[in-house]
Every structure is written in structure tokens, then in C-alpha cells.
Design a protein around this ligand. Structure first.
Ligand code: ATP
Length: 327
């Protein structure tokens, strides 16, 4: 099996994340290094079903390392969720002689690749590319560091205006059901409170953080809210506070897709480069149906079945630190 791999297909799928281009570059160049042919599949599973496939060489990935987004584009495909859709995709891969796949994406992308593997036993490896950092089996996903840094920069800027008035800011950050971006941007940005889905906090507990009777002794109050907050989004929390106290001038900022764009940090570029090389080497060593991850600085391969049922828990130390420092 190991020596049979001669043509590797690479694609990005699901939400884009800064650093995906660095991962594509690493896969393509590692293929060239090991004298394997590499093909880029455009628009994820949609392009696989349409046969939108291009040959990539070491020189086709020049000058993309520092660019956000993904040169291979990304998409979501409902058709790939069907057996027939996957069969169409597999037939297109066969036409190009592609006999191994590397996917860069999140848990949905992995599930799709796992299904394809179950159906056709095509050797395949996933690289975790999502800003949410919500995947078990890796300490970090590609894009998370960049997105968190962008959130911190935004919080710093908002603090300047908050300090100039008696303002209470609710800042909503991305992360879907994961509170990773929120907890770490909140600590780094000096938030008065951080609302994440992993921690049970009531509205009353949040309100008490603002001080006796809703009056604070702080000169500015920044509250970071994770997208997946279970007690309401930033707008609804702001409304609830306004209904109880007219002490604050309340503002809401939802960072949204701003966090996905821009040049990846050094950390994401290095992570993506290491993961891209590890994915190619993993395939050549015979790993399949696994995700590349980084664990305590070392590259690891985790079986799909071992990670997909697990939640990437927030470090309890981070929660403790956030509480102590928001006093
Ligand atoms: P992100 O975390 O950034 O949203 P993701 O990879 O989780 O990325 P999804 O939209 O969930 O993004 O999944 C990407 C694609 O993977 C889907 O559009 C679909 O084509 C495929 N996919 C997801 N779930 C399945 C499934 N159960 N079976 C087959 N394919 C799937």
C-alpha cells in the first residue's frame, strides 16, 4: 500500500481559516520533495464531484504562505453527504489517477473524508484548519492563533473608546460552540467577564460582575461573549443589562468574519507548514483515516474514531486565571 501512493489530491473545505494556504503550500512542496504528483481539488467536495481538479507543482504555490483565505477555494456540499455523490467524486479522482487524499478543514470535512474512506478505502489524512480550535486530538488548529490575535487587537481598540466614556462594551467573538477564542482573547484583552459555552454562568452572575446595583468601580467594562454563549448573544445580553440599569452607556460589537481574514501569524504559518509535511509523510508511512495533530509540540496521528466523539475541552487553568484577573 505504502509504495502505491503516487498521486495525492489536496483540498480545503468548510469554513476558511488563515493559514490554509500555508498548509496547501507545505503539502505541495512535500509531495515534490518525495517525488509524488500533487493535484489541487477546487471548492472542496463540490469540486471533487464536478471534477474541478488542477495539477500543482512546487512553483504553483509560491507567494501564498502569507496570504489569508485559500487559493483552492472552499465550499459546502450537500451532495457529498449522499453515497451517490461520493461515488461521483471518487470516479473523478480515479480518472486523474489520484490514489490518496489530504483534506484541510473542520469536523464536517473529516466526517466526509471518513465516509469516503469507508466506501472506497482511499488512503486519506485530515489537517485541522478551523479558527474554532474545537477539534480533539490537537492542541491547536490552523487559523485559531490568527483569529485570536485579531480579536485581541479589536478589544484593545475598543478599550480606548470605552475608557473615554462610561461605557460597557459587549464584544462577540467567533468560535461556534467552542469558547477558545473568547477565553484567550478575553484574558489577553483584560475582559471584566468572559462568557463561553463550556462554563455555566447565569445572567445574574454576569450582572453582579458589573458591581453593586449595576454600578461599576471600573473605568471601562469589556465583556467578551463567545458566539456559542448559552445565556444569549452580545445583543441580547446588552438588552438585559439595559433593562435593569441605566447607569451604563452600552455598546455592542460583533467581530464576525473580520476574524477570518488577513495574513496568518507566524504561529499559524509554522503549524500549517509542519502539518502539511506531516500529512504527506503520514500517507507515505501508511497512516490513513487519521487527523494530523500537534500534541505537546510533537506531531501525532489520531484515528478518526478516537477523536470525533470527543470535545476539545477548555483548559481549566485558563478559566481560573480569567476569574482571578477580572476582579
Ligand atoms: P468549519 O468547522 O470551519 O465549519 P467544517 O469542515 O466543519 O469546517 P462543514 O460545513 O461542517 O465544515 O463540512 C464541510 C463539508 O463536509 C460539508 O459541506 C459536506 O460536503 C461534508 N460533510 C459534512 N458532514 C458530512 C457527512 N455527515 N457526510 C458526508 N459529508 C459530510
Amino acid at each position: 500500500m505504502v509504495n502505491k501512493i503516487s498521486r495525492i489530491g489536496v483540498f480545503t473545505s468548510g469554513g476558511d481559516a488563515p493559514g490554509m494556504n500555508a498548509a496547501i503550500r507545505a503539502v505541495v512542496r512535500a509531495c515534490a520533495y518525495y517525488k509524488k504528483e500533487c493535484f489541487g481539488i477546487m471548492r472542496g467536495y463540490e469540486g471533487m464531484i464536478d471534477g474541478d481538479i488542477v495539477k500543482l507543482g512546487a512553483r504553483s504555490v509560491g507567494n501564498i504562505l502569507q496570504r489569508g483565505g485559500t487559493i483552492l477555494k472552499t465550499a459546502r456540499s450537500e451532495e457529498f453527504k449522499t453515497t451517490e455523490g461520493r461515488e461521483k467524486a471518487y470516479n473523478n479522482l480515479q480518472k486523474e489517477g489520484i490514489n490518496a487524499l489530504i483534506a484541510i478543514g473542520g469536523d464536517g470535512t473529516f466526517t466526509g473524508l471518513h465516509k469516503l474512506y469507508e466506501q472506497f478505502q482511499l488512503p486519506s489524512i485530515c489537517i485541522p484548519g478551523t479558527i474554532d480550535n474545537d477539534l480533539a486530538g490537537t492542541d491547536y488548529t490552523i487559523g485559531y492563533d490568527t483569529a485570536t490575535n485579531i480579536a485581541v487587537e479589536a478589544i484593545d481598540r475598543i478599550r480606548d473608546t470605552a475608557l473615554s466614556h462610561n461605557r460597557l462594551f459587549f464584544i462577540e467573538v467567533m468560535g461556534r460552540n467552542s469558547g477558545y477564542i473568547a477565553i484567550n482573547s478575553g484574558i489577553a484583552g483584560g475582559a471584566a467577564a468572559i462568557i463561553i459555552p463550556e462554563e455555566n454562568i447565569t445572567f445574574d452572575q454576569l450582572y453582579s460582575v458589573l458591581g453593586e446595583g449595576g454600578k461599576t468601580s471600573k473605568s471601562s467594562n469589556l465583556i467578551v461573549v463567545a458566539e456559542g454563549s448559552k445565556i444569549g448573544d452580545a445583543h441580547s445580553l446588552a438588552k438585559q443589562v439595559a433593562a435593569r440599569s441605566n447607569y451604563f452607556d452600552i455598546k455592542v460589537t460583533v467581530l464576525g468574519h473580520l476574524q477570518r481574514g488577513g495574513s496568518p501569524t507566524y504561529f499559524d504559518r509554522v503549524l500549517a507548514s509542519r502539518m502539511g509535511v506531516a500529512a504527506v509523510e503520514g500517507l507515505l508511512e501508511g497512516h490513513s483515516d487519521v487527523m494530523v495533530g500537534v500534541n505537546d509540540k510533537k506531531m501525532v496521528y489520531n484515528r478518526f474514531d478516537d477523536i470525533m466523539s470527543k470535545h476539545h475541552a477548555i483548559d481549566s487553568e485558563a478559566l481560573r486565571i480569567a476569574k482571578i484577573l477580572s476582579i
